[in-house]
Design a protein around this ligand. Structure first.
Ligand code: SF4
Length: 587
């Protein structure tokens, strides 16, 4: 007997780069960094093959954010189980229809403006697939919306980009933007949008069939008041914007289906106050052990035995403030170790200040607990260093170094890398070029620090500064190729030459530990080699351009700022015509 098609009231979908079949985190990161200079066929077949869908259009795994919303909608009685579906862009066509009331879209970088991704965009040719694919999906959704008259709610880690670019949001057919953790206010918003369309009134009948319409099946969350709308200051026109710093901790319930990459949320928020980060003011909270274990079991049951810790600082699990709580983390890892079928756990982020609070024995024990049967030589941990000058870091990231002295930052980074190397971890560091207030001396100091790192087991990713606050964007604080000086390029090149040595090994090791077949690993390695050649060509190209620019006479008038997009640079010292207002307009 054929399975009855689903007619959900709520569809939740993530952008295509967050709907790819990845086995290890690095595959996902690699996919979100790609621009259209990689052929779309290679992207769709190799780098980001589509997630599997069942016969009714449900995704086998889905971005964690939409999984959480799905679980919360059901737990709070807003929808029945079959009235909410997590799917992929490929699954939309079979689910959209007159029964749909709300489509929730999640993206980490909908307009291609996330800090780590824009670095690739500035340096290489083409447009980021994060933006291109989101645009394709939203265009289709906007067309379907005209036909079926549902509402579109945009959320996810990149929601701030839509909130700052209403032209794009309107073009994408978005009715409401929700920037924050959605289990409380986001769920209320969805319920409100559904109810605004006639729920709790006399049940309507679909004129084209005898099926009961969604309005009969959808209820308001019990004891949940109308959505608390928190308009972001920059949102003054339609679509409506909701911005929340609330972490919704008490409303988190275990996910009901597997998460993309097996990402398992250990903590959410951070609260260290970095001006360039959307987590700056969201205080860190930790999920209960039982919720974490339940989420891992859900993934393992779905065949995902290789998971990723979702946290801005793994080592802070269970602690309050900026201290660490080794016992709490240790207990969690011991319980995780008992889960049958779990074979690999990758760490995402951690903080230097947390690492230096742990001694070698403690770090060694954590490293031991994170290793399963399969060998893994690259247990990497991603830490933001930003600059070797701690005072510059502290000026841009109020709580990043606290409670330590910014003057000690460089030595703390060295110490953290050494401790991690001694105890079986592989540090993945990131630095930011063009932090507000940066001087040539800061670049030089960071160069010296990175040079030291080249003798250790570590990689360093240089990122172009990309502000997230409207005032900083309007002030033109983005770092672009126009602002790059020879010392920046030298630092950038040094970092990448280190990465070219280690990243292919790390990638291979993690793929092997995650169970990626040899054939796919070999193909990805080939693609990686071609990318390395492209990057090296670009380094030589920009070196020549910077040399030419240095030889040119100083400008008498202002120059346009879009030179780098055309492979040229304005003369050094040239001011960029209208940069601030251009940014203010386009964001
Ligand atoms: S420490 Fe990291 S996650 Fe926390 S606010 Fe700073 S950049 Fe964001």
């Amino acid at each position: 007997m054929a399975t009855k098609p689903l007619e959900p009231a709520v569809i939740l979908v993530a952008d295509r780069t967050l709907s790819g079949r990845y086995t290890i985190l690095f595959e996902g990161i690699f996919a979100t960094m790609q621009t259209t200079q990689v052929p779309e066929m290679a992207m769709k077949r190799l780098v980001s093959p589509p997630l599997r869908l069942d016969t009714r259009g449900r995704a086998h795994s889905a971005a964690l954010g939409i999984r959480r919303i799905e679980a919360a909608l059901i737990a709070q009685g807003v929808t029945a189980e079959d009235d909410v579906v997590c799917t992929t862009p490929e699954g939309l066509d079979r689910l959209l229809g007159p029964w749909v009331k709300v489509v929730g879209v999640s993206s980490s970088d909908p307009l291609g403006r996330a800090m780590s991704n824009t670095t690739t965009k500035h340096f290489l040719d083409g447009e980021l697939y994060t933006g291109v694919w989101t645009d394709t999906m939203m265009t289709r959704l906007a067309r379907a919306k005209e036909r079926f008259d549902f509402k579109i709610v945009a959320g996810g880690a990149g929601a701030w980009q839509w909130a700052l670019d209403h032209a794009a949001a309107e073009r994408h057919g978005i009715d409401a933007i929700f920037d924050g953790y959605g289990e409380d206010e986001g769920v209320r918003l969805i319920a409100d949008l559904i109810n605004g369309r006639g729920a709790h009134t006399t049940p309507e009948r679909d004129s084209t069939s005898e099926r009961v319409t969604t309005s009969e099946r959808v209820t308001t969350p019990k004891r949940v008041p109308a959505p608390k709308r928190v308009p972001a200051p920059e949102c003054v026109t339609a679509p409506e914007c909701f911005s929340s710093q609330h972490t919704a901790g008490s409303s988190i319930v275990p996910i009901r289906g597997a998460s993309l990459l097996g990402i398992v949320e250990l903590s959410r928020g951070c609260g260290r106050g970095c001006a360039f980060c959307t987590m700056a003011r969201r205080k860190m909270i930790h999920l209960p052990v039982d919720t974490i274990l339940s989420d891992i079991e859900t993934n393992v049951k779905a065949g995902i035995g290789s998971v990723v810790s979702g946290s801005e600082d793994l080592f802070r699990y269970g602690a309050s403030g900026s201290s660490v709580d080794f016992e709490a983390l240790h207990d969690l890892l011991v319980r995780m170790k008992e889960i049958d079928g779990l074979r690999f756990m990758q760490i995402d982020h951690a903080n230097v200040t947390s690492v230096v609070q742990l001694d070698d024995a403690q770090l060694g024990e954590i490293s031991r607990l994170l290793r399963w049967g399969k060998r893994s030589d690259y247990l990497w941990v991603n830490m933001g260093v930003e600059s070797a000058n701690g005072h510059l870091v502290a000026a841009n990231s109020a709580g990043k170094i606290a409670p330590y002295d910014p003057a000690d930052w460089g030595d703390m980074v060295r110490d953290a890398v050494d401790r991690l190397n001694r105890t079986g971890f592989f540090p993945v560091l990131s630095i930011i070029l063009g932090l507000p207030g940066e001087t040539p001396r800061d670049v030089e100091k960071t160069f010296e620090l990175v040079k030291e790192m080249s003798a250790k087991r570590a990689v360093v990713f240089p990122i172009f500064h990309e502000p997230v606050r409207p005032a900083a964007i309007a002030a033109g604080e983005s770092f672009t190729m126009d602002r790059m000086r020879p010392d920046h390029l030298e630092l950038f090149t040094l970092c990448y030459e280190i990465n070219f040595k280690w990243v292919p090994r790390l990638f291979w090791d993690n793929q092997r530990a995650g169970g990626v077949p040899f054939f796919k690993r070999a193909l990805m390695r080939l693609l990686g080699k071609s990318e390395i050649r492209t990057w090296r060509r670009k380094f030589s190209h920009y070196e020549r351009l910077l040399r030419d620019r240095a030889d040119r006479p100083a400008p008498e008038s202002v120059a346009p700022c879009d030179g780098a997009q055309n492979g040229t640079l304005p003369p050094e010292g040239a001011s960029c015509r209208g940069q601030g207002s251009e940014h203010a307009r386009t964001r």
